[in-house]
Design a binder for this molecule. Structure first.
Ligand code: UDP
Length: 468
């Protein structure tokens, strides 16, 4: 059979690490099959991507990076590099300013397909004008997408949320802010007009029952192509994925090498979660009381807040050998894949979740904002890959106070449930290991995600050739 001409695809990511990282990994998957891929991005994100997007050995083309001024000051071009509310607002403003230059570029260089974040709904009209398919990406699990668009019923005491129409009835431990549900639903309605939804997960993790449910209730196609974090990259590329790590790869790995198998708890709440000092204090007390070794990632703070008032007295001295606190960006992929790591305390951001699943690591779930409370249920109740810490406050992204602290006892108990041995911990670890293997199989030749990518490429090629 004659080889089809490679496709030309443009990828447009939202300005946040949790959106940029997976979409650019997915772009690399297409590039690795020989297609011409352009990632449309801003100058400092382009620099980060150059350091961490791998050049796949069998690829004839690699992602080319389009530089565009975003209108942001001080090189801050991502929600994830913001340490105060003022710059948070600026990034959102700059995001709106990207529409005109991106539209101009795409119209001057029309591709065969656009793959764009669902937070850019205007791409729908752009694709229609050009007469090309658009694929939407929201960075969620399909389970969470099903949950967002399904009917919600608040409990009588208004403390929990029942989702009665999912393939199994699910009760969520908190009530989402109304404006969030409305915002997500509006964006998802536009995403449903696209040619399909790209999902950075694998069919076995969301489950065929949820894939069928999504396709039946929306008449829209979901393409599971992940976990995209499993693409081949060097250790240094792993360390620099998303941002440059504040600790050297060598230091981190040497420290982990000195620890026994599954003995270290890794604690990280992604790139957007800024806990107040009193919550950080409870975390410190809880981890220390659990008695386990740990790596704890705390986002960079600004100005006076940099002082570590959030740590108990002499915490760092007492835990010099037992723990490592990383203040700023950590090399998460490297850490999760180290044999010494035994559990991950996570905010259930979808990337962190799917990275932990791929590494076969059990999770303590501690959702904070966005769609994370839905992901928690997929991890804990539906797939049995972790235990819940007991978070019940659904926040919005930002730097505000929190009203319901998770106590040191809750942190200690959840960590002990996974790390102290016993039947429950053994069964969760066994399942986590099994799903780690399934994740790797999914992206190998003949695996579910590998086959989905082949089918999607055929579909896009057919659409392009039908126009000729
Ligand atoms: N990440 C990292 N180092 C950090 C914090 C985050 O490498 O110190 C990466 C993490 O591996 C994941 C992404 O940033 O790929 C965070 O995405 P996620 O969906 O988990 O959470 P978000 O930041 O969007 O809340």
């Amino acid at each position: 059979m004659e080889e089809a001409e490679p496709l030309t695809l443009h990828f447009i990511h939202f300005l946040a690490a949790g959106h940029m990282i997976p979409l650019c990994d997915i772009a690399t998957l297409f590039a690795s099959r020989g297609h011409n891929v352009t990632i449309i991005t801003t100058p400092s994100n382009a620099q980060i991507l150059r350091m961490s997007v791998p050049y796949h050995p069998s690829s004839t083309s690699t992602p080319s990076i389009f530089l565009r001024e975003a209108g942001l000051t001080d090189g801050i071009e991502s929600l994830s590099s913001v340490v105060d509310a003022e710059n948070l607002a600026k990034v959102f403003q700059a995001t709106a300013m990207l529409q005109a230059p991106i539209e101009q570029y795409v119209e001057e260089h029309p591709p065969n397909c656009i793959v764009a974040d669902f937070l850019f709904p205007w791409v729908d009209e752009l694709a229609n004008r050009l007469g090309i398919p658009r694929l939407a990406f929201n960075g969620f699990s399909l389970f969470a997408t099903c949950a967002v668009i399904s009917p919600h019923e608040a409990s009588d005491d208004n403390n929990s949320l029942l989702l009665p129409t999912l393939p199994q009835p699910i009760t969520i431990n908190a009530i989402p802010p109304e404006e969030l549900t409305e915002f997500l639903n509006i964006k998802l309605q536009t995403a449903l007009k696209s040619h399909g939804l790209i999902v950075n997960s694998f069919a076995e993790l969301d489950g065929h029952e949820y894939i069928r449910h999504y396709e039946k209730t929306t008449s829209h196609k979901a393409w599971h192509l992940g976990p995209a974090s499993l693409i081949c990259r060097s250790p240094q590329q792993k360390a620099d994925r998303g941002q440059t790590s504040v600790v050297s790869m060598h230091h981190c790995l040497t420290w982990l090498d000195s620890k026994p198998l599954h003995s270290v708890v890794y604690v990280c709440f992604g790139s957007l979660c800024h806990f107040p000092d009193n919550q950080l204090y409870e975390i410190a007390c809880g981890i220390e009381a659990s008695g386990h070794d740990f790596i704890w990632v705390v986002p960079e703070k600004k100005g006076k807040e940099k002082e570590t008032q959030w740590l108990p007295n002499a915490f760092e001295e007492r835990n010099e050998k037992k723990g490592m606190i990383i203040k700023g960006w950590a090399p998460q992929l490297l850490i999760l894949n180290h044999r010494a790591v035994g559990a991950f305390v996570t905010h259930c951001g979808w990337n962190s979740t799917v990275e932990a699943v791929s590494a076969g690591i059990p999770m303590v779930t501690w959702p904070v904002h966005g769609e994370q409370f839905y992901n928690e249920k997929l991890i804990s109740e539906v797939r049995g890959l972790g235990v819940e810490v007991g978070a019940t406050e659904w926040s919005t992204i930002g730097f505000g106070e929190r009203h319901k602290l998770v106590s040191r006892d809750a942190v200690e108990n959840a960590v002990r449930r996974l790390m102290d041995g016993g039947d429950e911990a053994r069964e969760i670890r066994r399942r986590a290991h099994e799903f780690g293997e399934k994740a790797r199989e999914a992206v190998e030749e003949g695996g579910s995600s590998h086959n989905n990518l082949t089918a999607l490429i055929h579909d896009l090629t057919r659409l392009r050739d039908a126009k000729l």
